[in-house]
Write a protein of this length. Structure first.
Length: 257
């Protein structure tokens, strides 16, 4: 499509968004750019250009309306996706459950140890959970940033299987702050520093059970249209991307209303 027509279509949409309430009130037919003849389209384009030159603020107002509508539509879609997948989110049978298992609000995090924003969020998520005291926290191991991410998740999940939840929490904290790649040496040092059996954990890393857990989490993320980390579910709300501590606290408060 020629660039001029693309701009005219976009502008027509923007103007129609602003004019829609008035048009409905006055029973005016809906605007249809495609129904115009080429001559009418050219004349309309000239009128639009003149109007926008005189009233440039209209475009920003229309863009704001369009963005708000798109945001509302995305939020509604996310609520439906969370509802449809809630059982797998909270009852998959293998994801780590921390915080208060009987908490009145559930926070679920899809995370990757090599993700910069996951690392930034980690201390804030910990503060949220510890300071609140009534949040059930579920971790979804979602390694999507390459081989180092996969190795880290396999090591963490192997720790959970071999040594239990307390050891897993300690290993998570070590991995999320680890500088450099998680090779054999660094992983052994983490295990030994924490008093864990490094040989047993590393033998478990390649197990079919860990492969199954990661595959099921990937499938769940795909069902939720999650393709980045961190991604959160707060109760019934999806939050895609990093959110600072005050924002997370506000969302939790909303879920309790």
């Amino acid at each position: 499509m020629p660039r001029t027509q693309t701009i005219l279509r976009s502008t027509a949409l923007a103007l129609s968004l602003l004019a829609a309430p008035m048009a409905q009130a006055q029973d005016v037919p809906a605007f249809d750019f495609d129904a115009m003849t080429p001559e009418q389209q050219a004349a309309f384009g000239a009128q639009v250009r003149n109007y926008l030159l005189e009233n440039p603020q209209v475009i920003m107002e229309a863009v704001a309306v369009l963005e708000a509508r798109e945001k509302d539509a995305q939020e509604a879609q996310d609520v439906a996706l969370v509802a449809d997948n809630m059982d797998k989110l909270v009852n998959d049978g293998f994801s780590f459950v921390g915080g208060n298992p009987e908490g009145d609000v559930t926070v679920i995090e899809f995370m990757d140890y090599r993700c910069g924003f996951c690392r930034r969020a980690h201390p804030e998520v910990e503060e949220l959970i510890s300071s609140d005291g009534n949040i059930r926290y579920i971790v979804k191991e979602f390694p999507i940033l390459g081989e180092a991410s996969m190795i880290s998740s396999r090591f963490a999940l192997a720790t959970l299987i071999v040594a239990g939840e307390e050891a897993y929490e300690s290993v998570r904290s070590a991995l999320i702050t680890l500088e450099g790649n998680p090779g054999n040496g660094p992983l052994r040092r983490i295990a030994e520093t924490l008093g864990l059996d490094a040989d047993q954990i590393m033998a478990e890393m390649g197990s079919e059970e860990i492969t199954r857990r990661i595959s099921e989490t990937r499938a769940l993320a795909q069902a939720l249209n999650i393709n980045g980390t961190p991604s959160f579910v707060f109760g019934e709300q999806m939050v895609r991307g990093y959110a600072p501590l005050p924002t997370m606290q506000q969302i939790v408060a909303q879920e309790r209303q």
